[in-house]
Design a protein around this ligand. Structure first.
Ligand SMILES: NC(=O)c1ccc[n+]([C@@H]2O[C@H](COP(=O)([O-])OP(=O)(O)OC[C@H]3O[C@@H](n4cnc5c(N)ncnc54)[C@H](O)[C@@H]3O)[C@@H](O)[C@H]2O)c1
Length: 257
């Protein structure tokens, strides 16, 4: 699908899912505005897209910082005219027993995942007023069902669903749609960093973690970058013009609620 003359802002675009979405939006003609807290990493990711002949800029941004998020939105409009799509993808995840979850870890998880998405929605709505647009938030299958050793992450991802529904209702009349995606496991740097913690939590070997997820998934495989793109592409386009406030499972049948 062509996103020519469209501008997509993506947070957490330096790595994993956010980076892969930036590449795909750019390949499909969009102007891409890439936000990430890791300055050099996000700049390198944007440079790679530009070197391939597509349109992208990097704006180093901490999504927990309102001023930086709004500055990034201004940069997007100054560079490309207007914002059509805003994807809140920046995220943080820590697996650990509930009683070991310090307030620092709790605050960090809520700040990046939930407050970051809140600020992204506010900045997006501010710039989409008058012409409409599509906001896509990253929840998770952990935003549909609680899991042990994952309280802060689950709470943040459940919160994103409530935020998504409320923003959807409030701005539907302005043609600003807001939906969330709830994926199962995608093998990204986030998972590389927490695989051992998960293995310990389940008393299994590191090498058994992914096969176990696959075994528990009716469609028999992990979620892939292309699966994410297919849904993001749909939610970003007019094909989903009658959908707002939804939190869509992308779990190979593992989650049906
Ligand atoms: N990987 C999965 O299995 C999975 C499943 C469901 C949902 N998700 C969600 O998808 C999103 C992307 O996850 P991923 O697996 O690609 O993770 P990742 O760790 O590979 O990428 C996350 C990115 O967010 C950036 N980031 C972290 N804190 C930030 C901050 N304060 N400001 C700006 N950027 C910040 C990081 O630098 C990184 O580039 C997250 O919201 C995650 O919760 C992931």
């Amino acid at each position: 699908m062509s996103f020519k003359n469209k501008t997509a802002v993506i947070t957490g675009a330096g790595s994993g899912i956010g980076k892969s979405l930036a590449q795909r939006f750019a390949k499909n003609g969009a102007n891409v505005v890439m936000l990430d807290i890791h300055k050099d990493v996000v700049q390198a990711a944007a440079d790679e897209i530009v070197a391939n002949g597509y349109s992208a800029i990097a704006v180093p941004t901490d999504v927990t910082n309102r001023e930086m998020v709004f500055h990034a939105a201004d940069q997007a409009v100054q560079t490309f005219g207007e914002i059509d799509i805003w994807v809140n993808c920046a995220g943080y995840s820590k697996i650990l027993p509930f009683l070991d979850c310090t307030q620092d870890i709790w605050d960090r998880t809520i700040a990046i995942n939930l407050t970051g998405t809140f600020l992204g929605c506010q900045a997006a709505v501010t710039k989409m007023k008058g012409h409409g647009g599509s906001i896509i938030n990253f929840s998770s299958q952990s935003g549909k069902k609680g899991t042990n050793n994952y309280e802060a992450y689950c709470a943040s991802k459940f919160g994103i669903r409530g935020l998504t529904q409320s923003v959807a209702v409030e701005f539907a009349s302005e043609k600003i749609r807001c939906n969330a995606i709830c994926p199962s496991v995608v093998q990204t740097p986030m998972w590389d960093a927490q695989l051992s913690d998960y293995a310990k939590k389940r008393h299994i070997a590191d090498s058994d973690v992914m096969p176990r997820f696959i075994h528990n998934t009716p469609l028999g495989r992990l979620c892939e970058y292309d699966d994410i793109w297919n849904l993001v592409e749909f939610l970003s386009s007019d094909l989903s013009s009658y959908m707002t406030g939804q939190s869509l499972n992308l779990t190979g049948g593992a989650c049906m609620d």
